[in-house]
Design a protein. Structure first.
Length: 197
């Protein structure tokens, strides 16, 4: 097999958008490389739904922030990446990269629910990539297997404070938007003895 045969095909942004429109599927776009969004589980979907409900409820009367679900892509100009976080809060109004891609470029808070297939990337490289966005202030990682959250808050440029919260009796304090969410609300209807590995 030749090197040309094993070379990964790179797509233009137009091809990427056409692929999403044609298939109805979402893809992350990594500087020309398309990656289908992974399949999700019932516990994962419940956790994401609970987080979005908590964010929307807490920010309902706030005009300074807006909440978006995983249907909304964000753009990382430094890397030429388009990605779909599980939940995003922007400082209203949302700023988009361009009309064609309709991708947000001003997230303040990004929340990812960890899964076996994504947790290494979410904890490492993806966090570095998100930090390339000047507006980005806080990163929240939610564990599917146990009631646990890991928070990173930007105290000043280049300095991120890390906080770990464990146990259903505790709560997550999201400093960037000044709200608290009990872990028991995030994990509502999650039977941990049956949660995915």
């Amino acid at each position: 097999m030749t090197a040309a045969a094993t070379e990964i095909k790179k797509h233009t942004i137009s091809e990427y958008l056409e692929m999403e429109a044609r298939t109805g599927e979402r893809y992350n776009y990594y500087d020309g490389i398309l990656e289908p969004m992974p399949n999700t589980t019932i516990p994962y979907n419940r956790i994401v739904k609970n987080i979005l409900f908590a964010l929307e409820s807490a920010l309902f009367d706030r005009e300074d922030f807006e909440v978006f679900s995983a249907e909304q892509k964000i753009y990382l100009p430094q890397y030429n990446y388009y990605v779909y976080p599980d939940a995003v809060v922007v400082s209203a109004p949302p700023l988009i990269s361009d009309i064609e891609t309709n991708a947000i470029i001003n997230p303040v808070l990004i929340i990812e629910v960890l899964s076996k297939s994504t947790q290494k990337h979410d904890r490492g490289e993806k966090f570095i990539e998100y930090r390339s966005l000047p507006s980005f202030k806080e990163y929240c990682l939610i564990n599917q297997k146990k009631p646990e959250a890991l928070l990173f808050f930007r105290e000043k440029p280049g300095l991120w404070a890390e906080t770990e919260i464990r146990g259903l009796e505790n709560e997550v304090f999201l400093q960037s938007i000044d709200i608290r969410i009990p872990l028991k609300q995030i994990y509502r209807r999650i039977p941990f003895d049956k949660a995915p590995e």
